[in-house]
Design a protein around this ligand. Structure first.
Ligand code: SF4
Length: 178
């Protein structure tokens, strides 16, 4: 029986998703065993379905909508994977933590390049959280696939191990010290 997989981009750049596509022909080994039931980057499903086996989460948490989705993902998934540095540690978007959210919003919406100059939209964007945070600050994470982005091989090996009911062999070091 195929493993039901979900994947999502929170506060990330899509690079982790692209890295999965970089598997090229090795995807053919993996895909027949997967049933991708939720992946907004591929289709636009309205709701996260129940009973997901493995959920790959790209990106950290930047706003209240991310936070809400993350809790729903945890409730509906057996295994949740922090997929890449942003999900695991905050990553590059975490540099925003050097500024207050007011400073960020004022900078973004007061430039000449925006139509609503100086006016911060209140309805179109979800409220920002105080800081960008890793997903493990909100939910229990089962595995971390590190890297920015993780290598295609690391992603494939982790998925194949899970398909075989094995523990994925993932790096335990977050910084190369050799
Ligand atoms: Fe993009 Fe790197 Fe973050 Fe993945 S870990 S979403 S590639 S910035």
């Amino acid at each position: 029986m195929a493993v039901k997989v979900g994947m999502i981009q929170l506060c990330g750049c899509s690079g982790c998703h692209i890295s999965l596509l970089d598997l090229h022909e090795k995807l053919l080994e993996v895909l027949p065993n997967l049933e991708i039931v939720y992946a907004p980057i591929i289709a636009d499903p309205k709701e996260i379905p129940e009973g997901i086996d493995v959920f790959l989460v790209e990106g950290g948490v930047r706003n209240e909508h991310d936070e809400h989705l993350l809790h729903e993902i945890r409730e509906k998934s057996k295994i949740v994977i922090a997929w890449g540095t942003c999900a695991a540690y905050g990553g590059i978007p975490g540099l925003a933590n050097l500024y207050t959210k007011e400073e960020l919003l004022n900078t973004v919406y007061s430039t000449d390049s925006t139509e609503n100059k100086g006016e911060i939209p209140s309805e179109e964007i979800p409220p920002l959280t105080e800081y960008v945070k890793p997903i493990s600050d909100y939910i229990k994470v089962d595995y971390v696939i590190p890297g920015c982005p993780p290598t295609p091989k690391m992603i494939a090996d982790a998925i194949i191990a899970l398909l075989n009911g094995e523990e994925p062999k993932l790096p335990t070091k977050i910084v190369c010290d050799e």
